[in-house]
Write a protein that binds this ligand. Structure first.
Ligand SMILES: [Zn+2]
Length: 441
C-alpha cells in the first residue's frame, strides 16, 4: 500500500550529510524525499505535520543492536525490537549475529531478512558472525554471507581472541567490501570481572578488570587493520585510552572506525555502588542493570570519549540495545533522543554533530545508502522535541526487555514521530502506541 504524501512544516531541519541546519519544510511523496525548502506547497490529500519548535532529521541509524530472534524470543522478537527502535527515532538498525542459531550461514541470514520483512516496522540489516558458531576459529563463508545480505561480520558478545583469525578475517572481509567489527576485551584479563577496576571496585570489594583489557585488543586490531588494509570497526569503546589508539591508527591511514554507546558516554562506575548522585537515586547498590560489557568506567574516560565523538575520532553512536529477560541486563533505545539534548548542554557536542554520528556516519561504516534527507532519498525521518521533559520508565518500554541503567532518570528531549519509507511507524501523540498499519509489507 502506498503511503500518503506528507508535508513536515516549519521544523529545524538538520541534515548533516547535506550540511543543512535551517528552518524549512520537508515534503515526502511516493515514499521518497521530494524536496526540502521554504514554504513548500502541500499536494492534495497530504498529511501536514506542524514541526515548529522541533528538530527534523534523517531517521537514526543504529550500527549495533541485538535482536534475539531466532532463539531467544522470550527476550525480544524482530517485531518488538523494531517497535522499540522506532520509538527511539531509528529507521535502520544493524543486528549482531549472536542469535540461536548463530548467523553464520546463508539460511540464517535469509531467514532473518524474511522475519524482518514480515514483522519489522523499520529496516533491519543483519551482520553475520566472523567464525562458525562464534567459536573463534573457523571463518564463515564470507562471500556467500555477503551475497545473502550480511552487511558486515562480527562475533560481538564474544571477543575475537585469536590474532591469526582476526588477521585472516580482515583479509577476507575486505574482498567483499565488508567491515569486521570486534568486541575488544582481552578474555584473560576480564575473566571473572564484575566491573571496571578502580576506586569503586576496591571500595565494593568486587572482582574487576582494568581499562587496559580493552586497549590491548583495540591496539592489536588497529595494527592488523593497518597490516591487511581490512576495514575494522571498534565496537562500544569504553576507555579513554582506546580513543588515542584509534586516533593514531587513523592518522597512519588505517581503515579504522569506532563507536561509543550512550551509556558509556553518560554513566560512570560510581553507579555500581549506588552512590547518592541525585540522578541515580533509584538505583540500588549492585543493581544488575549497571553491569554492561565493557563495563562503565570513570569520568576521565567519559570526557575523552565525548571529545573523541565531537572530533570525529569516534565515528558513531551505537545503542548496543541488548534486550534480556528481567534477571539480566538491558540497554533500551528510549534514551537515544535524550542524548541530543543532554550532550548539547555540556558544550562538547553540538546537535548537528551528534546527529551526524547517528545517521551518516554509521551508514559509512557499512556502506549504506541512507542517513540523509537529500532529494530522492528514502523518506526516513525523525522528528523530536528537544525540550520535552520525561522520565525513563521501563514499564512503558515497547521492547520485551525491561531492564535499563537509565530507569527512573529524568530526560530532556524526546522523539515525537518516526517516519519510515514515508509511513509513520511511531507517533508519540497516539498515546505512545506505535502506528504500523501503513508500512508497505
Ligand atoms: Zn559487544
Amino acid at each position: 500500500m502506498a503511503s500518503r504524501d506528507v508535508l513536515i512544516r516549519g521544523g529545524r531541519v538538520i541534515d548533516p550529510a547535506a550540511n543543512r541546519d535551517e528552518i524549512a519544510d520537508v515534503l515526502i511523496r511516493a515514499e521518497k524525499i521530494e524536496a526540502v525548502g521554504d514554504s513548500l506547497g502541500a499536494p492534495d490529500g497530504a498529511e501536514i505535520i506542524d514541526a515548529a519548535g522541533q528538530v527534523v532529521a534523517p531517521g537514526l541509524v543504529d550500527p549495533h543492536c541485538h535482536l534475539r530472534q531466532p532463539g531467544f524470543e522470550y527476550k525480544e522478537t524482530i517485531g518488538s525490537g523494531s517497535l522499540a527502535a522506532a520509538a527511539g527515532g531509528y529507521t535502520t538498525i544493524c543486528s549482531m549475529a549472536n542469535t540461536e542459531p548463530v548467523a553464520d550461514a546463508r539460511a540464517v541470514i535469509e531467514t532473518l531478512l524474511e522475519f524482518a520483512e514480515r514483522d519489522a516496522v523499520i529496516r533491519v540489516l543483519p551482520l553475520a558472525s566472523v567464525t562458525v558458531g562464534m567459536q573463534g576459529r573457523q571463518l564463515v563463508q564470507m562471500g556467500e554471507l555477503s551475497d545473502a545480505g550480511a552487511i558486515g561480520f562480527s562475533d560481538d558478545g564474544i571477543p575475537l581472541s585469536s590474532t591469526h583469525t582476526m588477521r585472516t578475517a580482515l583479509e577476507y572481509a575486505t574482498r567483499f567490501g565488508r567491515p569486521v567489527a570486534n568486541h575488544a576485551e582481552d578474555a584473560e584479563l576480564i575473566a571473572g570481572a564484575a566491573m571496571h577496576e578502580g576506586l569503586t571496585s576496591a571500595r565494593l570489594g568486587l572482582p574487576a578488570a582494568p581499562r587496559q583489557a580493552e586497549e590491548i585488543m583495540i591496539g592489536r586490531d588497529v595494527l592488523l587493520s593497518e597490516l591487511t588494509g581490512g576495514s575494522y570497526y571498534a565496537l562500544h569503546l569504553s576507555s579513554g585510552g582506546s580513543v588515542e589508539l584509534i586516533r593514531r591508527a587513523k592518522e597512519r591511514g588505517a581503515p579504522v572506525r569506532a563507536e561509543v554507546t550512550p551509556h558509556h558516554l553518560t554513566l560512570t562506575d560510581a553507579i555500581v555502588g549506588g552512590r547518592s548522585e541525585p540522578d541515580t537515586a533509584r538505583l540500588q547498590p549492585y543493581d544488575a542493570n549497571t553491569k554492561v560489557n565493557p563495563p562503565l568506567r570513570e569520568q576521565s574516560d567519559l570526557d575523552l570519549l565525548r571529545e573523541g565523538l565531537a572530533s570525529g575520532v569516534i565515528d558513531c553512536v551505537g545503542s548496543d540495545h541488548a534486550p534480556h529477560a528481567r534477571h539480566e541486563k538491558e540497554v533500551e533505545y528510549a534514551q537515544a533522543a535524550s542524548g541530543f539534548s543532554c550532550f548539547e548542554t555540556d558544550g562538547v557536542l553540538d546537535l548537528p554533530t551528534l546527529i551526524e554520528r547517528m545517521t551518516a556516519a554509521p551508514c559509512r561504516v557499512y556502506g549504506l545508502p541512507y542517513g540523509s534527507l537529500s532529494n530522492g532519498a528514502e523518506a526516513d525521518v525523525v522528528i523530536f522535541d528537544p525540550d520535552l521533559e520525561w522520565t525513563v520508565d521501563r514499564e512503558q518500554f515497547l521492547s520485551k526487555g525491561k531492564n535499563t541503567p537509565f530507569h527512573g532518570l529524568p530526560m530532556k528531549g524526546r522523539v515525537t514521530r518516526t517516519i519510515f519509507g514515508g509511513a509513520t511507524v511511531f507517533d508519540l501523540t497516539a498515546a505512545a502506541a506505535p502506528v504500523s498499519g501503513s508500512v508497505g509489507y
